[in-house]
Design a protein around this ligand. Structure first.
Ligand SMILES: [Zn+2]
Ligand SMILES: [Zn+2]
Ligand SMILES: [Zn+2]
Length: 362
């Protein structure tokens, strides 16, 4: 097939992550960049109940020890259990080893599984808003308990792998909690860079990005002629808006359908979210997931919660850091170029992706 002439809307540019400038993304919408499309995604399990599933109701005796349930009496709808194959455990007392420049730290920590729903294959956008609000409450409760249980724990990472393409090994919908004695490098980079931004500009960079997303327009001029090359209406990055939360398509999205959800008002710590605000977060998450599912045709994704670490510095970072949820749908597999260069390649223009997500009728 002959090459079609380059579409005038094609974008090929390196975009720098405004929060972590060492992270950049090559946005290249030209056809030549597209061969990394994954083979057909393995379908996810949509059954309601599976007799042999240890996470389904009635099989409670098949899971590792239970930590808590919601509600705490009667039939459970959310359940936390120990992870059968923890990546970190509290039974390893050995100190860190030293191998020259390679250091390992003590593998102390906790690894738990949150069974998000009693219904086996339910997707987030299919859950009731009240259920999702309760799930976020369970995240908060367990994080708080873990921080209070041991002051060596500096970070509690809550994440969810949904669908085989996202690495979920158990098809029953679940999240994971990893409490660790170190701050994950990507969170650490966000915390350090936003603190540096705050020191220089006296405002939170996440708040500034939200303001820009809501109001700002930019015009890109040609350097030589001065002619307008492109107008960017930054408002086009908004995917979904609630009263208290907003879903934004990052300007430097690493993944084609990546979306971030943030509180509209400044808040560093996920644990500070008030109970009455959970309903709005649930609504924004549910609607965002429904948009993703409709556009991608069955979203399989990783999502993770980034919040201020409890490393003794949280009051120092209270004004500069801003908690958020990153949703990273898996629609392609990384190429050798990406793995070798560390540069993410995004083949869909984030502005157009946001437009398509917004256009979904819910
Ligand atoms: Zn199940
Ligand atoms: Zn902020
Ligand atoms: Zn983040």
């Amino acid at each position: 097939m002959p090459e079609t002439p380059a579409d005038t809307n094609d974008v090929r540019e390196i975009r720098i992550n405004p929060i972590v400038p060492s992270e950049s993304v090559l946005v290249a919408t030209a056809r030549s960049m597209r061969p990394k499309k994954a083979e057909e995604l393995a379908p996810r399990d949509t059954r309601k109940h599976v007799e042999t599933c240890p996470f389904c109701r009635g099989n409670e005796h098949k899971t590792p020890p239970q930590i808590m349930t919601w509600p705490d009496v009667g039939d459970w709808h959310i359940r936390i259990v120990e992870n059968l194959y923890p990546v970190l455990g509290d039974d390893r007392a050995q100190a860190g080893f030293n191998f020259g420049l390679q250091q390992t730290i003590d593998g102390y920590g906790r690894h738990e599984v949150i069974i998000d729903h009693d219904e086996h294959g339910i997707a987030v956008h299919e859950m009731a808003e009240s259920h999702l609000a309760a799930l976020f409450g369970v995240y908060q409760t367990r994080m708080r308990q873990l921080f209070e249980s041991d002051d060596r724990l500096k970070y509690v990472l809550v994440f969810k792998n949904f669908g085989p393409a996202a690495g979920a090994s158990i098809p029953h919908t679940h999240s994971q909690v990893i409490a660790m004695p170190v701050v994950p490098v990507n969170v650490d980079a966000e915390v350090a860079n936003s603190a540096a931004h705050y020191a220089k500009h006296h405002h939170c960079i996440f708040c500034a990005l939200i303001d820009e997303a809501l109001t700002f327009e930019a015009t890109i001029y040609d350097r030589a002629s001065g002619a307008v090359r492109r107008k960017i209406n930054v408002g086009q990055y908004v995917v979904e808006r609630g009263e208290k939360f907003i879903a934004i398509k990052p300007f430097a999205s690493r993944y084609e359908w990546e979306v971030h959800i943030l509180p509209l008002g400044h808040q560093a710590d996920f644990l500070d979210m008030q109970a009455e605000d959970r309903a709005d977060l649930a609504r924004v998450v549910k609607r965002t997931m429904a948009r993703l599912d409709a556009v991608i045709g069955g979203a399989q994704y990783n999502f993770f919660l980034h919040t201020v670490p409890h490393d003794g510095q949280q009051s120092a970072h209270a004004h500069s850091y801003h908690w958020h949820i990153e949703i990273c749908p898996r629609t392609s597999i990384p190429t050798g170029f990406e793995l070798g260069s560390g540069l993410f390649v995004n083949t869909i223009n984030p502005e157009q992706a946001a437009e398509r997500l917004r256009a979904v009728a819910l």
